[in-house]
Unconditional design. Structure first.
Length: 357
């Protein structure tokens, strides 16, 4: 669903259209409207009726979204999106059905035999996503359907894929380390009312809704003078690292004493970093996509998110209140270093990207 949505949006703009990054920023704002309302609504229902009702509300929300899409999809249909550019043959379709069936059986067997547990799930997923990403890059780059120019553009995406994975390994800790942090370390009292920890997750979407329009306007205003995509990725990764360094002054503080305003300020940095990288990354994937692998390039970008999300779970096992200063320092500096390296190698990347910026 997410891959197709981004691909369809990209099809609405020509490859050289400078408004594309702005369009994805506006789209991203719409996504985060749900990201803001979802935790608020499910938190309220959870507190009123329990967890099952919260999950039920999520299912209803997805159903409403699907109905809305089906009713309005005629407004997003283009020649490029009306038919797949590289459809599977019947034989290939049967092969993939068998592969998926075997994969499901392997997962079930691994769980039943104790090889796949909640404790090692994130590590296993990291390994599987690395294998899947390498395989998909290899399939696209080695395909005869890909022209030499398109092949260079796919290769240019590799360092950006890695930077994106690093970014998401920090950003997605909102739902691991920072969820615990919000529950235990944060002073969530506002004017005598204590904010539920689940509502803290709505701060980032609120900031996205506020600032996505500003970023979109900025990209449109700058036009051809806006920073290149590798620079935007470098800034996003570096700012993400700076945000984690912002936790260090509060290391060692007692539970329930970290000011909410300070936490909100750090999440604002999360938002700035996210707007430099996430909508831009989706936009870039549609610009670099070979004609024969239209959706697969967008899938690669989402694989970088998946890799970072799984890695955030693995990193979270290293966190504790006793070592949090070192934890935030190390991963913050690593992210800044990745951003710096990406900025330094931006020119070779841009040469491979060709006319795409």
């Amino acid at each position: 669903l997410k891959t197709t949505t981004s691909t369809v949006l990209g099809d609405l703009y020509a490859k050289g259209d400078a408004r594309r990054d702005a369009a994805f920023s506006i789209y991203y704002m719409g996504v985060n409207l749900g990201g803001m309302l979802g935790p608020l609504a499910t938190s309220a229902l959870w507190g009123w009726q329990g967890f099952h009702w919260g999950f039920g509300l999520a299912a209803i929300g997805m159903a409403v979204g699907l109905i809305q899409y089906l009713a309005m999809r005629k407004h997003t249909t283009t020649a490029a999106s009306s038919a797949p550019g590289n459809p599977l043959t019947k034989r290939e379709g049967r092969t993939w059905i068998i592969i998926f069936a075997v994969a499901i059986l392997v997962v079930v067997a691994a769980v039943m035999l104790g090889g796949l547990t909640a404790e090692n799930l994130s590590d296993v997923v990291v390994v599987l996503i690395v294998i899947a990403s390498v395989a998909l890059f290899t399939v696209i780059i080695s395909s005869r359907r890909v022209s030499p120019v398109e092949r260079k553009q796919v290769i240019s995406f590799i360092p950006l894929f890695l930077a994106s994975a690093v970014f998401w390994s920090l950003f997605q800790q909102q739902f691991t380390v920072l969820a615990i942090y919000a529950d235990e370390r944060l002073n969530r009292t506002l004017f005598g009312w204590e904010m539920p920890p689940s509502m803290v997750n709505s701060l980032n979407p609120i900031f996205i809704i506020i600032f996505a329009g500003l970023f979109a306007a900025m990209w449109v205003k700058l036009g051809s003078r806006q920073p290149s995509t590798p620079v935007k990725f470098a800034l996003g990764t570096a700012v993400m690292g700076i945000a984690f360094l912002g936790f260090i002054p509060f290391a060692g503080s007692e539970n329930g004493t970290v000011p909410l305003i300070a936490f909100a300020g750090i999440l604002l940095l999360f938002t700035v970093a996210e707007l430099f990288l996430s909508p831009v990354g989706q936009s870039l994937a549609t610009k670099l996509a070979p004609r024969a692998f239209h959706s697969q390039m967008v899938a690669l970008f989402f694989l970088s998110i998946s890799l970072g999300s799984a890695a955030s779970g693995s990193l979270a096992t290293l966190y504790s209140a006793e070592n949090e200063a070192n934890y935030f320092l190390v991963i913050g500096l690593v992210s800044i270093a990745v951003g710096a390296v990406l900025f330094l190698v931006r020119k070779p990347i841009l040469r491979l990207m060709g006319e795409v910026r």
